[in-house]
Design a protein around this ligand. Structure first.
Ligand SMILES: *Cc1c(COP(=O)(O)O)cnc(C)c1O
Length: 240
């Protein structure tokens, strides 16, 4: 497939627009620290993904391990510099071995069993894997992520895992469309982070991965340090 100049220009423009919206949200919440944008590329194939990297987005998020394997291989074949691939969706334990060496951060640690597997596989690969614990702060028990009352046990466990580097929490709001409800949910993630970084001074829990295309403003107002933005980057693009 040959991608048109028009497509490249549009991706470039979308990337700039998202960056300026994020900057505006940082400014209007009176913050002076940085917020990193994870460009979510799950909607598109490797070529469009590479155009986003070319436009300047070098931190990418994918929610399926197989897709990271495929895109990583494609970048390799093309002789392209690899972006940082962050895993933002559920990682099945039997896919950890193949996935860990390819990723930067794992945002979605959601069970003690997964922690055991990750520790073993990271040690085996000779890496220290930065991770975030995914919490469910919505009232919907069906949503992904650990219940907040499961945090002490998993943080105790992580204290023993030398090949894992806990960096903070990740969460999604209940409706993805912003508003007061989303803001309250993000505030409760921040409160959990504050509470547990005091209780676990040896762990470095400074990061908050929260906010997507529809609710990153609320997330930034509540202290997000990483926003995971997909749809807005692909507006006007035929997704292939
Ligand atoms: C798809 C996805 C995103 C991006 O959502 P958009 O609404 O497309 O910006 C963020 N986080 C996770 C975990 C996702 O699966």
């Amino acid at each position: 497939m040959v991608l048109s100049q028009e497509t490249q220009d549009r991706i470039q423009a979308n990337w700039r627009e998202v960056q300026s919206q994020v900057d505006a949200a940082i400014a209007s919440s009176g913050r002076s620290d940085a917020v990193r944008i994870v460009g979510v590329t799950k909607y598109v194939g490797p070529e469009l993904t590479s155009l986003l990297v070319q436009a300047g987005c070098e931190l990418l998020g994918e929610n399926r391990p197989q897709v990271i394997w495929e895109k990583h291989a494609w970048f390799e074949e093309q002789g392209l510099t690899q972006p940082q691939w962050d895993m933002i969706g559920h990682l099945q334990r039997n896919k950890a071995r193949r996935t860990l060496p390819l990723i930067g951060w794992l945002h979605s640690v959601d069970s003690p069993r997964l922690v055991n597997t990750l520790q073993a596989e990271a040690e085996r690969a000779g890496i220290v894997l930065p991770i975030l614990i995914e919490v469910n702060v919505t009232s919907d028990q069906e949503k992904t992520g650990l219940q907040p009352d499961a945090l002490p046990a998993i943080l105790d466990q992580l204290g023993q895992c030398e090949s894992l580097a806990p960096r903070g929490l990740m969460a999604m709001s209940s409706h993805f469309s912003g508003g007061d409800q989303a803001r309250r949910e993000f505030a409760s993630v921040r409160e959990l982070r504050d509470q547990y970084s005091q209780r676990y001074p040896d762990l470095e829990l400074s990061e908050l991965s929260m906010g997507m295309s529809g609710d990153f403003r609320e997330a930034i107002a509540e202290g997000a340090t990483l926003v995971r933005i997909g749809s807005s980057l692909w507006e006007g693009i035929e997704r292939t």
